[in-house]
Design a protein around this ligand. Structure first.
Ligand code: SGN
Ligand code: CA
Length: 523
């Protein structure tokens, strides 16, 4: 068996010949692997037990990690939804695919991975959060949420127009995906299924069935919850603080709805998610939240007590939202197992970026700090792959497209900037010349949460960030001695050489990826 471990890499021509003569079962085993690419929204490693979450268990995600690999250094190139999705589909950094922030529309006429996979004989499907504004192209099947979509009774956009489905979004996205796997696809062809969940995006609306699941849980406060942001100017000026009533809204985010109480975002809740609950759902919802609402307004918490209460409610609702997500991932795994598809399918689980679960006192993402720059990445692999367990190499979301193309045995066009992860999966020893640093560039400012524009470089040990636009600040962190990035070493004595080396590396990356920003800030 092992001597044939590279068999799935043969080109498309071979597939056609085989599929014309082989029995269907034999063909299933010898043709290129199927890809089930599951991407959630804002799901972070701190909330996955396979990444050692101090908070919750995610047993079905553990199944994926146990059946393959866990990347311990996976990152995004721009920590926000639309740009992350564009990087996935193009294999390019934001300045090359044109999707710099959530507000610009993605040019769908450019080369995409689903187009190349389709040409290589794959069936292509996309279900769930799309968030690229322009219409999907080169997908044999698609059913997507408009914009962020809703948790309850969500609308979907399809090639035939809009449809509303009754129920909870994580269930529905899974139902649609399983239905396509069972009834929609051409079973003679390999496929890629992009299964893109809305969970666990703000404002963290759990399934009514899971509302009480974490009720007896007290979530441990991160050590730097009361961070004072000393030495980090951009961090002082963000608007994503749990403690701030402006940033984290007690009604919209924490559901403390009471007649007469108006907050910045209370209408977003009453006209949005809350309004979408049907009467049965609303009954269960209100029965759960009303006593909490009564207690909350009666206790009149202030200061740190209020901040900690907000943290507990945030963590509770986020965790309960993940409960349904994990169960629905289990349904997908069960289906693939039951249909003997584990040996001809790679299952990827990742998120559009990481998230803050109270670290630095925050929710949301955007910063190049570890919690949001990183993204979970685990894969269930057929047994012919040699690699198992942890993969520590630096990888990035621009690597997904070339990885999928390599799995398909298709050529990767030279303008794709990521690299295939297959060599890391196939061999127990990683290639010696694997990349030594990663490039990051975030653009969405001024905008919600007010995270300044910045770019930077991360190596195994260090991170150098430059914040620009209406600010001109540098930050340097030693991740070995300061994993929580509290101590900005930039400009401190003794770090001159490290800084110089990192600037040289940053310059090299900006040249390699051809980021025009380098003309504005020559290094
Ligand atoms: C919404 C959220 C923000 C979030 C962005 C981007 N506000 O605007 O908190 O940062 O989405 O998220 S909300 O009041 O509408 O919930 S992303 O994952 O799509 O990039
Ligand atoms: Ca997101």
């Amino acid at each position: 068996m092992h001597s044939h471990s590279l068999k799935f890499l043969y080109p498309l021509a071979g597939v056609t010949v085989l599929s014309a003569c082989g029995s269907s079962k034999k063909m299933e085993q010898s043709r290129p692997l199927n890809i089930v690419y599951i991407m959630t929204d804002d799901h972070t490693r701190q909330m996955m037990s396979c990444y050692g979450s101090p908070h919750i268990q995610t047993p079905n995600l553990d199944r994926i990690a146990n059946g393959g690999v866990r990347f311990t250094n996976a990152f995004v190139c721009n920590s926000i939804s639309g740009p992350s999705r564009a990087a996935l589909l193009t294999g390019k950094h934001s300045h090359k695919n044109g999707k710099l922030d959530n507000h610009t529309s993605f040019d769908g006429n450019q080369q995409t991975v689903q187009e190349l996979l389709q040409k290589a004989g794959y069936q292509t499907a996309m279900v769930g959060k799309w968030h690229l504004e322009s219409d999907p192209q080169h997908l044999d099947y698609w059913e997507i949420l408009p914009g962020q979509g809703y948790y309850y009774n969500p609308d979907f956009i399809t090639p035939e127009g809009r449809k509303q489905h009754h129920g909870y979004v994580t269930d529905i996205i899974t139902d649609l995906s399983l239905d396509w796997l069972e009834n929609g696809r051409d079973k003679e062809k390999p496929f890629v299924l992009f299964l893109h969940h809305k969970a666990a995006h703000r404002n963290w609306m759990p399934d009514t069935a899971d509302l009480r699941y974490y009720d007896n849980k007290k979530f441990e406060l991160p050590g730097n919850f009361f961070d004072d942001y000393a030495g980090r100017i951009a961090a002082q000026q963000q608007e994503m603080s749990i403690a701030s009533d402006h940033d984290m809204d007690v009604v919209n985010d924490l559901k403390m709805l009471r007649p007469g109480v108006k907050t910045r975002l209370s209408q977003a809740y009453t006209n949005g998610e809350y309004a979408r609950l049907d009467s049965a759902q609303k009954k269960v919802w209100d029965a759960y939240y009303q006593p909490l609402i009564n207690d909350f307004y009666a206790s009149n918490l202030q200061g740190n007590e209020l901040a900690e209460w907000k943290y507990q409610r945030y963590m509770h609702d986020y965790a309960a939202t993940i409960k349904s997500l994990d169960e629905n991932i289990g349904r997908v795994l069960d289906y693939l197992e039951k249909n003997n598809m584990m040996e001809n399918t790679i299952i990827v689980y990742t998120s559009d970026q990481g998230f803050y679960m109270g670290e630095h006192g925050w929710f949301d993402k955007r910063f190049m700090y570890e919690e949001s720059f990183s993204t979970p990445l685990i894969m269930q692999l057929p047994s012919r792959f040699k690699q198992h367990g942890d993969i520590p190499q630096l990888v990035q979301n621009i690597d997904f497209a070339p990885t999928m193309l390599a799995v398909a045995g298709a050529e990767t066009p030279s303008d794709i900037q990521g690299v295939s992860l297959l060599p890391l999966l196939e061999n127990e020893k990683a290639p010696k010349d694997w990349r030594k640093s990663l490039y990051y560039h975030y653009y969405e400012f001024p905008a919600e949460h007010m995270v300044k524009r910045h770019f930077g470089v991360r190596t195994d040990r260090y991170k150098l960030i430059h914040f620009y636009n209406d600010i001109d600040e540098w930050e340097l962190f030693d991740l070995q001695t300061d994993p929580h990035e509290m101590n900005n070493l930039y400009g401190k004595a003794g770090y001159e050489n490290v800084t110089k080396e990192l600037k040289t590396e940053l310059k090299k990356l900006q040249e390699q990826y051809d980021d025009p920003i380098r003309e504005q800030f020559p290094l």
